[in-house]
Design a protein around this ligand. Sequence first.
Ligand code: ATP
Length: 356
Amino acid sequence: MKNLRIGILNGDDIGHEIVPASVQISRAAAELHGVAIDWQPLPIGRTALDTHGHTLPPQTLETLKTLDGWILGPIGHRAYPKGPNAINPHPILRKQFNLFANVRPTRSYPDIGCLHDGVDLVIVRENNEGFQPDRNMLLGNAEFRPNDEVTLSMRVITRTGSSRVARAAFELARQRRKHLTYVHKDTVFKLGCGMFVEECKKLAPEFPDVLVDDVIVDTMAMRLVRDPQTFDVIVTTNMFGDILSDEAAGLVGGLGMAPGLCIGDGNVCMAQATHGSAPDIAGRGIANPYAMMESTRMMFEWLGHSRANPGAVRMAASMSRAITEALGDSQARTGDIRGKGNTASMTDAVLRRIRA
Ligand code: ATP
């Protein structure tokens, strides 16, 4: 069995707290199941700007090409100084490695302040086109201001982009409760959302075991609040997915409970929590590490299957059990989810359960 090669990219702000915590629990689980991992710490973000003169140094990008996957901490690019070397690395990473599907689970746990019990859904957000002007063009940016009065924002929808994210969602639904909901607004965006819908519909005959339905995005925003338990896998375009996944996080305790895994054509995957770098709480040791830990766990499960590495699958299962049990420990879990603990106590609680 080849060693898994995994990058550690702390990112900014609370990334320096929650990424090391995720690596710590992964090391413990890997040791337990005899999974050999070559860890590669790599500079990125504000620290990389200070030490290497760029927020995404060329050597980081080159090394990523040699890895199976990596943990990317949150990026606080809004606080970067202005300048050509202080770029937001997200769109480059997602595009360069063709990470077109952002898989974002939402699950409710007891006693942590969820608005509903029994929520277990996954939003699959298209990652590389749509309205996001920093990643939907080969060159340039898809926002224009012809004069001081007018701004135009361009949305890019392609058949290929729609079809491949829909396929990823169908495949995920097949492994879960076999229910896929595609979300759009083709009543208004007749061509853009229309194309996305056409591609979802085209794939349905290949997945006869999956129940397929669709919901208009504004109705979805309402239904997520009212009856989130009725959904299994939801697939949608970039901006809708961005908004709905934060809404979904709000149902189950907030952004600290919102993990994510970016996947694409099967070569690599990137563990990336849904939340930002939370500068308001950075450095205080109180960030909830759940989202980053669970994103990391998803990465090992994905690698276990894609690299035929059963130890990594077992490792992910141990992490899952330990994380779930630690969430039940109100002394250990963080304050945002009705706990009395902090990042360190929650990490210790997970570690103890992995080693138990
Ligand atoms: P971005 O636009 O980069 O996604 P954002 O503007 O959505 O970022 P966040 O950095 O995600 O903002 O923070 C939003 C709020 O959620 C803040 O009050 C922050 O402290 C809180 N938050 C985010 N992540 C966590 C976490 N892991 N643990 C506890 N609180 C968090």
